[in-house]
Design a protein around this ligand. Sequence first.
Ligand SMILES: Nc1ncnc2c1ncn2[C@@H]1O[C@H](COP(=O)(O)OP(=O)(O)OP(=O)(O)O)[C@@H](O)[C@H]1O
Length: 253
Amino acid sequence: MVHDGTTMRLAVRGLVQEYGAVRALDGVSFALDEGVTALIGANGAGKSTLLTAVAGGRRPTAGTVEVAGHDVYGRRTRRPAQRRVALVPQLPRFPSNLTAHEVVAYLAWMRGLPSGRAARAADEALERVGLEARRSSKLGSLSGGMLRRVALAQALAGEADVLLLDEPSTGLDPHQRRGMVELLQTLPGTVLISSHVMEDVADLAERIIALHEGLVRFDGTPAGLVERAPAGTAEHRRLEAGFLTVCLEGRAA
Ligand SMILES: Nc1ncnc2c1ncn2[C@@H]1O[C@H](COP(=O)(O)OP(=O)(O)OP(=O)(O)O)[C@@H](O)[C@H]1O
């Protein structure tokens, strides 16, 4: 379906990001409404750059990002846009002496919720990510997998419409990874998840955007990507093989 992005929760148009001589994004456009989309790509494809630009973290060299119709980099629209989008970074960093509840409530308050509501939203979000028993634990005492959950709770408590998750299962053991995928399957709204793990993508996403060298090489369903795998590819490798094919083929139509 062709969509101009005007009524979508997230609309990215012609995004270019240069770091000196490196063109990390080379004109990326897509629009998302509700549902889970996986953003896949090799190391250096531009995934983190794209998520950061969408979250308002770095003004792109060119192009626009709109969240619920608000320009993320517009002078007047920046605040309402940024309230509606939350990024869960690959390696969340927290002050080790604060508790899980404190950091989640604080961010919700920073995002504009009154303090009482922020505190309640933090409790609900911590329960949602399965950390209610650790709400008063100092962050320095939590495992890496738990810290990822705290970061996700922060994003949920802020009541954002668009959730961006940068490689949420990287570095987790198989048990934690399974738990994370199950949790991600329950997320509301518009969710964009970058991942290298094809198994997670297959379990989670109804749509896949494949980036390669700063360009969108595929935008469609997992079944559509599987179809691009060469004939005879083993069943469990078809998504990955389809991805490799679209990367080699060049610019998407
Ligand atoms: N702050 C920066 N300064 C200079 N170059 C950067 C910066 N951040 C990213 N790059 C470059 O931009 C390109 C895209 O990087 P990015 O981190 O967005 O890719 P990625 O797809 O997220 O990679 P990975 O899967 O390894 O996390 C790479 O060539 C990278 O070296």
